[in-house]
Design a protein around this ligand. Structure first.
Ligand SMILES: [Zn+2]
Ligand SMILES: [Zn+2]
Ligand SMILES: [Zn+2]
Ligand SMILES: [Zn+2]
Ligand SMILES: [Zn+2]
Ligand SMILES: [Zn+2]
Length: 680
C-alpha cells in the first residue's frame, strides 16, 4: 500500500541509508498528512520538516491550527536552536510560534519588515522591538541591538536609543540637534540624561563628542570639568546685559568657592581682571595659599587701594605687610588709606593688628618700645585665649621663624645663642655664628645664612634663626625681619638678651602645642578635660594628671610634667617606671628620677624597659644605653646628676652598671677615676 511504501522510504531516510530530495519529501509528506498518528514515529527533525511542509500547503485554518500547535509542542520539548533554522519566517509570525521564538529571531523578522521611517508598520514594529528589548536580560542587549546595527532609522528612535552604548547615543543625539534652538531643549535633556547615567571615567569621552554650542546649555554645563565650565561661562558674558552677567558671575563665584584648593587658583587666573576682583570671586581668596593671595592682590596694595583687604586670610595680610616693608619706601600712604577702610570694616584679628602696629612703629621710631610692649601683650592674650578655648594646635604662621633641621620635631625655631658658659654669655656682643638647639639635646646648630647655600654636613644642625635676614624673599620673612626694619628691640624685665625673645616665644608655643597633643586620649583622640594655666610665658609647666572622660578602657590618670633634669615632657604613657623614693616617673629622655637623690643616678634603670644598669658610652660619658632594649639617654647638665658621690675622687657619681662577668657593680662615672665596688 501507499502507506507501507512511505514507511519504507522514511525508515531508510531516518536510518541514514537514503538521501532524498526536498521535492520527494514534499510529496511523501503531503500523502502523510492523512495519517497524523503515524507522524509520531518520525524523528524530531523529520517530524518538524514534515509539519513545516504541511503547514505551508494547507489552506484550511482549523487544520493549520492543529498542525501549528503540534509544531509548537515539538519545539517546546526539543528545546534545540538548530530545529528553528528549518522554520520559515511566515510560520514564526503565527501567534502560537511567535510567543516561543527567540528574542533575536523575532527582532530579526521585525527589522526585516521595515526599510525606512515611512513604512506603515514602522511605528508598530519599533514598539514591538522596544518591548522585546525591555523584557530581555541585560547581558543579551548587545547581541540584540547588533541585529539592526546598520539601520540608523531604527536606532535613532527614542524608544530604542536608550539601549545603545552611551557613546552611540550621544553621537545620534548630536546628529538630531537642529538649528532651531526651541526644538533642541528636549534633545539636550536627553543628552544630559545619558551623561548623568554614565560612569565618571567615561564622562570625558562623551563630553569630547559635544560641540561648545551644546556645552553652553546649563544642563550640560553641570558635567564639564571646572576649567572648561569657567571658560564656557565666561563666553556667555555679554556687554549689554548686566543682570544676566551677574547671574553668571554668581555661578562662577559658587564654582570657585566649592572647588578644590589646587584647582581654585588655576580657575581664578582664568578669569579676566574685570571678573576676578568681583566680590563673588574675592570671597574665595582666603582659601588660597597666603603667598598666592598676596600675588593676586599686590597691584592693589602697592597702589593703596585696599577694598580687597577684608577678603584676605590672616597669613596673607601679614605677608602683605612683610612685602610692603621689603619693597616699599613710603608706607605712610598705606597707613593713611588703611585708617579710612578701618572705619567701614575694622581689622579685628589681633595678630594682624600687631603687625600693623609694628609697621606704624617704623614711621614713629621714638615709640618703638611702647609698640613692642603692646604687641607683646596682644601676643600673650592671643595665645592664652586660643590655647584655652580651642583644641586645635596654635598656629602663629608666618610670625615665628620655622625650625629647619628635619631631625628636630618642633615647628618654630628655639635656637639659643651658643655660649660655652653662663659667664661668657654676658660678654657676647658681636653676632655669633652658631646656636644650640634645646630640642636636640643642646646640639650646636649653625645659623641660617640666606646667601650661602648649605653644604650638608653629617655633624651638627643647620638653620637656627637668631637674627633678621631681610635679604630673603618676603614670603620667608618673620617677626625677626619685621622688628629689624621697624627698629624694634625686644625688651622685657626678665629677658636677658633681645635675641632670646622670639626663641622663647617659639619655645612657649611649641610647648603648648606639645602638651595639647599629649592631652589627647590615646584610645579615642579626644582632648582630656584639663585646666592648665597657660598664662605663664617663660614659666615652667606644672605637674598635672588627666583622665579621658570616656572612662573604662581609655587613658586614665595620665601624668604630664616638665622634667626637672632636661626640660622635656614626661608622659606616663611613655615613662612607665617610677623612682623608688618618691614615685617620680623616670624621664625617658635623660633618665632623671627623684631630684637630689643620693642613691639613684640617671640611667641606673632604663626608663624605657626597666632593665637595671644602662651602659656608659665609651666615647662620651653624657650618654648611657640600655643593653636590653637599646634605648639611649643623654644625662642632664653635670650639676643635675644625682646619686652616691665617689668615695675615691669625691667628684664623680657612682653609677650602677653590669660588668663583663654579668655582675652588678657601681663604678665612678669619672673616666680618670674608675673606682668600682660590688653593688650587691
Ligand atoms: Zn631649632
Ligand atoms: Zn578616650
Ligand atoms: Zn627628647
Ligand atoms: Zn629629663
Ligand atoms: Zn631598656
Ligand atoms: Zn671617682
Amino acid at each position: 500500500s501507499d502507506l507501507e511504501e512511505i514507511f519504507n522510504i522514511i525508515s531508510n531516510v531516518q536510518d541514514g541509508n537514503l538521501e532524498i530530495s526536498q521535492e520527494n519529501i514534499s510529496k511523501i509528506y503531503n500523502l502523510y498528512a492523512d495519517y497524523p498518528e503515524a507522524r509520531n514515529s518520525l524523528n524530531i527533525k523529520l517530524h518538524i520538516q514534515c509539519l513545516v511542509e504541511l503547514i505551508s500547503n494547507i489552506e484550511y485554518a482549523s487544520t493549520k491550527d492543529i498542525l501549528l500547535s503540534e509544531l509548537r509542542e515539538l519545539l517546546v520539548h526539543s528545546n534545540l536552536a538548530a530545529f528553528w533554522l528549518d522554520i520559515p519566517d511566515y510560520i514564526i509570525l503565527d501567534q502560537q510560534i511567535w510567543s516561543i521564538a527567540s528574542e533575536s529571531r523575532r527582532i530579526g523578522i521585525l527589522v526585516s519588515q521595515i526599510s525606512n521611517q515611512q513604512d506603515l508598520i514602522y511605528q508598530d514594529n519599533i514598539l514591538k522591538i522596544a518591548d522585546i528589548l525591555k523584557e530581555s536580560a541585560e547581558e543579551n542587549i548587545t547581541e540584540l541591538i547588533s541585529i539592526f546595527k546598520d539601520k540608523e532609522f531604527i536606532k535613532s528612535h527614542n524608544l530604542i536609543l536608550k539601549y545603545l552604548p552611551d557613546i552611540e547615543q550621544i553621537t545620534i543625539l548630536r546628529a538630531k540637534l537642529k538649528n532651531d534652538v526651541n526644538q533642541n531643549a528636549e534633545i539636550i535633556s536627553q543628552i544630559a540624561e545619558v551623561l548623568s547615567k554614565s560612569p565618571s571615567d567615561k564622562l570625558q569621552i562623551l563630553l569630547s563628542k559635544l560641540p561648545d554650542s551644546v556645552k553652553k546649555w546649563d544642563e550640560i554645563l553641570e558635567f564639564l570639568p571646572p576649567e572648561e565650565k569657567i571658560l564656557i561661562m565666561l563666553s556667555k558674558l555679554k556687554k549689554e546685559s548686566q543682570i544676566q552677567n551677574q547671574t553668571i558671575i554668581n555661578k562662577i563665584g559658587y564654582l570657585i568657592n566649592t572647588t578644590s584648593n589646587e584647582e581654585r587658583i588655576i580657575l581664578i587666573y582664568l578669569l579676566p581682571e574685570g571678573v576676578r576682583y568681583k566680590e563673588e570671586i574675592l570671597k574665595s581668596f582666603h582659601f588660597l595659599l597666603p603667598e598666592d593671595q598676596v600675588k593676586l592682590v599686590w597691584d592693589f596694595i602697592a597702589n593703596n587701594s585696599l577694598f580687597i583687604w577684608q577678603y584676605l586670610s590672616r597669613q596673607a595680610k601679614i605677608l602683605c605687610i612683610y612685602r610692603l616693608m621689603k619693597e616699599t619706601e613710603n608706607t605712610s600712604t598705606f597707613l593713611n588709606e588703611f585708617k579710612d577702610i578701618q572705619k567701614i570694616t575694622p581689622e579685628n584679628d589681633n595678630l594682624v593688628r600687631c603687625v600693623l602696629k609694628i609697621l606704624w612703629a617704623k614711621e614713629h621710631p621714638e615709640r618703638g618700645n611702647e609698640v613692642f610692649q603692646q604687641v607683646h601683650n596682644l601676643f600673650i592674650q592671643y595665645v592664652i585665649k586660643n590655647a584655652t578655648n580651642s583644641t586645635e594646635l596654635l598656629n602663629l604662621d608666618p610670625l615665628l621663624p620655622y625650625c629647619q633641621p628635619t631631625e628636630v620635631k618642633v615647628k618654630y625655631c628655639e635656637g639659643r645663642l651658643w655660649t660655652m658658659t653662663d659667664n661668657q654669655a654676658a660678654e657676647v656682643t658681636a653676632l655669633v655664628s652658631r646656636a644650640c638647639c634645646p630640642r636636640a639635646r643642646q646640639r650646636p646648630c649653625d645659623l641660617f645664612e640666606p646667601s650661602k647655600p648649605r653644604v650638608n654636613s653629617n655633624y651638627g644642625l643647620y638653620g637656627a634663626r637668631l637674627y633678621a635676614e631681610c635679604s630673603q624673599d618676603w614670603e620667608k620673612w618673620s617677626l625677626l625681619e619685621l622688628f629689624k626694619v621697624a627698629g624694634i628691640v625686644p625688651s622685657l624685665s626678665d629677658l636677658k638678651r633681645p635675641e632670646d625673645y622670639l626663641t622663647k616665644l617659639s619655645g612657649w608655643i611649641n610647648r603648648i602645642n606639645e602638651i595639647r597633643s599629649r592631652l589627647k586620649c590615646s584610645v579615642c583622640g579626644d582632648i582630656m578635660p584639663h585646666n592648665i594655666e597657660y598664662a605663664k610665658f617663660l614659666a615652667k609647666f606644672r605637674v598635672t594628671v588627666f583622665s579621658c572622660k570616656h572612662g573604662k578602657g581609655h587613658d586614665y590618670n595620665i601624668y604630664l610634667n616638665e622634667c626637672w633634669g632636661c626640660g622635656e615632657i614626661i608622659d606616663s604613657r611613655e615613662s612607665k617606671y617610677q623612682s623608688s623614693e618618691d614615685k617620680y616617673y623616670l624621664c625617658i629622655h635623660c633618665g632623671s628620677g627623684t631630684q637630689n637623690s643620693d642613691s639613684y643616678t640617671q640611667g641606673d634603670i632604663c626608663p624605657k624597659c626597666g632593665t637595671l644598669g644602662m651602659e656608659l658610652s665609651q666615647y662620651n660619658n653624657r650618654y648611657r644605653k640600655c643593653c636590653s632594649c637599646n634605648h639611649s639617654i643623654k644625662l642632664p647638665d653635670e650639676k643635675k646628676i644625682t646619686g652616691i658621690k665617689c668615695p675615691q675622687c669625691r667628684a664623680g657619681r657612682m653609677i650602677l652598671t653590669v660588668n663583663k662577668k654579668n655582675e652588678k657593680v657601681r663604678i665612678c662615672r669619672s673616666s680618670s677615676c674608675g673606682y668600682s665596688i660590688s653593688a650587691k
